[in-house]
Ligand binder design. Structure first.
Ligand SMILES: NC(=O)c1ccc[n+]([C@@H]2O[C@H](COP(=O)([O-])OP(=O)(O)OC[C@H]3O[C@@H](n4cnc5c(N)ncnc54)[C@H](OP(=O)(O)O)[C@@H]3O)[C@@H](O)[C@H]2O)c1
Length: 356
């Protein structure tokens, strides 16, 4: 693309009209509103991106319900990950980005037709991966950091992946298969057939079966080496009790706090109070380890985010990973998209597209 002087970009980009889907107040999917607004020119370290696809994450659902502590107060535009084309720059030194296809970590404001995003959160991708790119950053960085960086999951070790039919779950399957680990997954019954097609033999319907006793049966009573737990609450204790010696547990969510589509303190409190407190002496006596993971709280290891994102882009290119996109909703149908996830209809990733 031909390079324009910065002043022309700023003139051209001032008062850019964009469409967004915002949380107007905490509540059910019908609190989401699609509207037109304006976008400022990018700051000096930012790129302006025309968004092709935005990934919906479970954290967005929790945020809408008022259960995500680091979300802004409504009204705000959610959205942690995007893909699209760079259409503007905040500084001449970024001119080589113009016209590039990218995926990026947006830290809110991703449910939009365009946004400004810090250049260190943006990764160039081939334009053929524009759709899959929006399904990579959150799910795959999360699965990679937990399984590889934290737990050092090894070939032939058992890994228990809760919510295995969701976005992080399917990312975790593909990375565990790459490592040669043995997989156990929990998912609603309706997802089991499709999971079997992905090669997952050991599936637990957590609504009707006890995942702890099933995991112990499957591992001949030894327990599981690595467990990824987005459930939190009382279930986290059961996960801990399902670990083998040298087992590693990662706590990375609290989906037990959100059994419905609105906040319900009567359901949240017992789960919160039932969450285990881990005692170092007990960990020592049992030869087990517990990690916590929160992608949004990673502040000082952007080097690892950069390095891992590049590795994931390489894996996308060579077919090691391939996000499963369940549905693409037009941005204007945001309420339907959130309801679809609340109804647990998605298998893999749900995306928004402002071009549909
Ligand atoms: N700490 C971090 O940095 C981080 C990053 C990404 C995600 N997470 C957490 O990881 C979990 C999975 O995220 P995701 O984006 O992969 O979610 P997703 O694609 O929506 O999948 C979540 C899965 O969890 C199950 N589930 C449990 N409770 C649910 C509920 N109340 N409503 C709908 N589905 C529910 C569903 O499986 P079944 O139908 O089989 O029950 C669903 O397939 C969430 O708890 C999220 O907060 C944490």
């Amino acid at each position: 693309m031909k390079q324009l002087p910065r002043v022309l970009y700023l003139l051209a980009m001032n008062e850019t009209k964009i469409q967004v889907a915002q949380v107007t107040r905490h509540g059910a999917p019908n609190v989401m509103e699609y509207k037109e607004t304006t976008l400022d020119a990018p700051q000096s370290n930012e790129l302006q991106v025309e968004i092709y696809y935005s990934g919906i994450n479970f954290a967005d659902i929790l945020g809408r319900m008022g259960l995500y502590p680091t979300a802004p107060k409504p009204p705000y535009v959610p959205g942690f990950e995007i893909s699209g084309k760079v259409i503007g720059i905040g500084d001449d030194s970024l001119s080589h980005w113009l016209g590039k296809s990218i995926m990026g970590l947006s830290r809110f404001n991703g449910y939009a037709s365009a946004t400004n995003i810090s250049v260190d959160q943006v990764f160039e991708i081939d334009k053929s991966f524009l759709m899959h790119g929006a399904a990579i950053p959150v799910n795959y960085l999360t699965a990679y950091f937990m399984m590889i960086t934290q737990c050092n999951l090894q070939k032939d070790e058992w890994v228990l992946i809760h919510g295995i039919g969701g976005g992080v779950g399917i990312a975790a399957i593909q990375i565990a298969q790459k490592l040669g680990a043995k997989i156990i997954g929990t998912a609603s019954k309706g997802k089991h057939d499709r999971l079997k097609e992905l090669g997952i033999e050991h599936l637990i319907d957590y609504r009707t079966e006890d995942f702890q006793s099933r995991s112990l049966d499957i591992t001949d009573g030894k327990g599981v080496q690595v467990i990824l737990d987005p459930l939190g609450g009382k279930a986290l204790k059961k996960s801990y009790d399902s670990l083998s010696e040298f087992g590693r547990l990662v706590a990375y969510g609290f989906s037990q706090a959100a059994p419905g589509s609105t906040k319900n303190w009567l359901k949240i409190l017992p789960e919160y109070l039932g969450m285990p407190k881990f005692d170092p002496m007990k960990l020592m006596m049992q030869n087990k380890g517990v990690f916590g993971f929160h992608l949004g709280m990673l502040k000082k290891r952007q080097d690892l985010v950069q390095e891992t994102s590049q590795k994931l882009i390489d894996w996308l290119g060579d077919g090691t990973i391939s996000p499963m996109v369940d549905t693409v909703f037009p941005l204007k149908d945001i309420q339907m998209a959130h309801q679809y996830i609340a109804d647990r209809k998605n298998f893999g990733k749900v995306l928004l597209s402002s071009n549909k």
